[in-house]
Write a protein that binds this ligand. Structure first.
Ligand SMILES: Nc1nc(=O)n([C@H]2C[C@H](O)[C@@H](COP(=O)(O)O)O2)cc1CO
Ligand SMILES: [Zn+2]
Length: 157
């Protein structure tokens, strides 16, 4: 008899996205994203961090203060990093991301031809960014689905 408590594909990919988030140095929010093709192959991975060459010991990680002195102008979002790292065509791929995409990433997701967005958390659902994301995804007829039928808890010692 086969095991019954194996991870579904959705649970597996979301767990991998969660592990990607563990690479992030952001002290407040760590986000991971992966792209998966229709053969269930992982095409690329990403997490939020500063661009190559932008020293994460020298640039600010703060959330508050003058915009130019916060992390926001500099940090590359997990979804952006996964998309630019992919070396194949992304048409009909799915994205698994641990936090609902912002409006800027959503534009990139749509233009890349991604078919479906799987997300774990939606903690900024009341923000205009996320509302704008959902308006665009609805208009573009791209489905989004929360994967919350299991508890992703990855602990590595
Ligand atoms: N979908 C997302 N992907 C991401 O990679 N991020 C990143 C940008 C920041 O580094 C961090 C959010 O910081 P904070 O405002 O929660 O302290 O997560 C944020 C979102 C939310 O839209
Ligand atoms: Zn984003």
């Amino acid at each position: 008899m086969k095991r019954e408590d194996f991870l579904s594909w959705e649970q597996f990919f979301m767990t991998v996205a969660k592990v990607c988030a563990m690479r992030s140095k952001d002290p407040s929010t760590q986000v991971g994203a992966i792209l998966v093709n229709n053969l269930n192959q992982i095409i690329s991975t990403g997490y939020n961090g500063f661009p190559r060459g932008v020293d994460d010991d020298k640039f600010p990680w703060s959330r508050e203060g003058e915009w130019i002195d916060t992390k926001y102008p500099y940090v590359a979002h997990a979804e952006l990093n996964a998309i630019v790292s992919a070396r194949t065509n992304l048409t009909d791929c799915d994205v698994y991301v641990t936090l609902f995409p912002c409006n800027e990433c959503t534009k990139i997701i749509i233009q890349a031809g991604i078919k479906k967005v799987f997300y774990l958390e939606d903690k900024y659902k009341d923000s205009n960014e996320v509302k704008a994301s959902k308006k665009m995804l609805d208009a573009a007829q791209i489905e989004y689905k929360q994967i919350n039928d299991f508890n992703v808890k990855v602990s590595i010692n």
